[in-house]
Design a protein around this ligand. Structure first.
Ligand code: GDP
Length: 445
């Protein structure tokens, strides 16, 4: 899924990796390449234009965090713009105040409507609802049967035309199904409608008539992600002809280029509610714009790291780090303590190390840095004089004893801390370089 786009983006970010600072020329070149990558992924032109305009503006603006290096700054912006294009916070399914909630499914033939009906009913049932599937696709010969098979697998009931009652009239079947749902205490009605191979006036009219008959709480347009932007144009036609309240992306497991997923929200103005990722009933989930963006960028761990680095290192600390730790000035025990506090704010140390390529071997060394250890280290450093913190070399035997007594630990603990301080000095340099703190770059140039 989205492999080509992911590869293209990671290649573009890779070129920024060695840079110490983003120039306007860098931003222009990057924006051009991202524009091309999006167009190649079949993203609709208005979406691409809006995306790139926003990217340029943000990359040039002052909002860019100083805690990140240029590649990370661009990745962060691209990630946030992708989330925005995919729908921001996302939206959940709307339920009727007075049951039954009516969900109508619309879309072209083969888009995955009937399959979605089964998936949605199973998903709702697992959440404690009592869904009823309604077979209004009376055009495709096997559609009713297919729905019945899916319903059986999902463990839900189907309402289909009864002999002599509504055969051939999907609008009447839909209308009757609501009464049937009330009689049988179903709280959700999922209406599967007929699709055609292309946009067709008669099909639109039928869908509009069904909509008028059942007054649905949601009209969900099912869009085959593999068809790309073309499918988005169909969604637009349905929006205008029938009215839709949301979209489901199907076949995201296939070789989708990303065009449909990235265009549909912007083009139709309607949110993506769910994503279908296979033929089985369980290959289905609520759509999360942030997770999808993460998958497109294919660098989930790095994004987490960027977020955490930003939270942990505020401006003051950054300045201090840059000047003291990496600018050639002496790294003191005071800085060590600040660093520990900052690193600790990033969450369990083992997790952070796990996210850094090649840092696995350091994990064992850091496992000891749990809460109690941290408190002890803090106490020891606070028992030192400012002179000792600035220049630990002066801490001789008698000073060690005094510090140990002052902080309620043994001399061995003090020795251990001082040894670890020396190790940490090296490690912090490594870590800050890997996290791309500006100072790390600066020291390399
Ligand atoms: P409908 O005509 O819109 O009702 O489409 P169907 O539900 O019959 O789906 C058409 C074909 O696509 C069927 O062979 C489904 O098994 C398949 N299909 C549906 N959803 C997905 C999906 O998310 N992934 C994959 N790989 N196939 C799907």
């Amino acid at each position: 899924m989205f492999d080509t786009l992911s590869d293209r983006l990671s290649g573009i970010f890779g070129k920024l990796r060695g840079k110490g600072k983003l120039t306007d020329a860098d931003i222009d070149a990057t924006a051009r390449e991202i524009r091309l990558a999006l167009l190649e992924a079949d993203v609709a032109l208005p979406v691409v234009k809006a995306f790139i305009a926003s990217l340029r503006e943000r990359a040039r603006g002052a909002e860019v965090s100083q805690a990140l290096n240029p590649a990370q700054q661009i990745i962060k912006i691209v990630n946030e713009e992708l989330i925005q294009v995919l729908g921001g916070e996302g939206r959940r399914l709307q339920f009727a105040k007075q049951p039954p909630t009516v969900i109508m499914l619309a879309g072209l033939q083969g888009s995955g409507k009937t399959t979605l009906a089964g998936k949605l009913s199973r998903w709702l049932k697992n959440q404690g609802h009592q869904p009823l599937l309604v077979a209004c696709d009376l055009q495709r010969p096997n559609a009713v049967n297919q729905l019945q098979v899916l319903a059986q697998r999902a463990g839900v009931d189907v309402y289909a035309p009864q002999p002599g009652n509504g055969v051939g009239d999907p609008v009447q079947v839909a209308r009757d199904s609501i009464e049937h749902a009330k009689r049988t205490a179903k709280d959700i009605v999922i209406v599967d409608t007929a699709g055609r191979l292309g946009i067709d006036a008669e099909m639109m009219q039928q869908a509009a008539d069904i909509r008028a008959a059942v007054d649905p709480d949601e009209v969900i347009f099912v869009i085959d992600a593999m068809v790309g932007q073309d499918a988005v144009r169909t969604a637009e036609a349905f929006r205008d002809g029938v009215g839709i309240t949301g979209v489901v992306l199907s076949k995201l497991d296939g070789d989708a280029r990303g065009g449909a997923a990235l265009s549909v929200r912007h083009v139709t103005g309607q949110p993506i509610l769910f994503a279908s990722t296979g033929e089985k009933l369980e290959d289905f989930d609520v759509f999360h714009p942030d997770r999808m963006a993460g998958r497109i960028l294919d660098m989930g761990d790095l994004l987490t790291l960027i977020e955490q680095a930003e939270q942990a290192f505020d401006e003051d600390q950054k300045e201090k780090m840059t000047n003291k730790l990496l600018g050639g000035e002496q790294f003191t025990l005071e800085d060590f303590l600040d660093q520990l506090i900052a690193v600790r704010r990033m969450g369990p140390i083992a997790n952070i190390i796990g996210m850094m390529p090649g840092m696995g071997q350091l994990k064992g060394q850091l496992d000891e840095l749990d809460d109690s250890h941290f408190d002890r280290v803090t106490a020891i450093i606070r028992s030192m004089t400012p002179g000792e913190r600035t220049n630990p070399k002066i801490i001789n035997g008698s000073r060690r004893l005094r510090i140990a007594n002052g902080s309620g630990v043994t001399v061995m603990d003090v020795n251990q801390l001082l040894n670890r301080f020396t190790d940490a000095q090296k490690m912090m340099k490594q870590m800050s370089g890997m996290m791309g703190l500006p100072g790390g770059r600066r020291s390399a140039t």
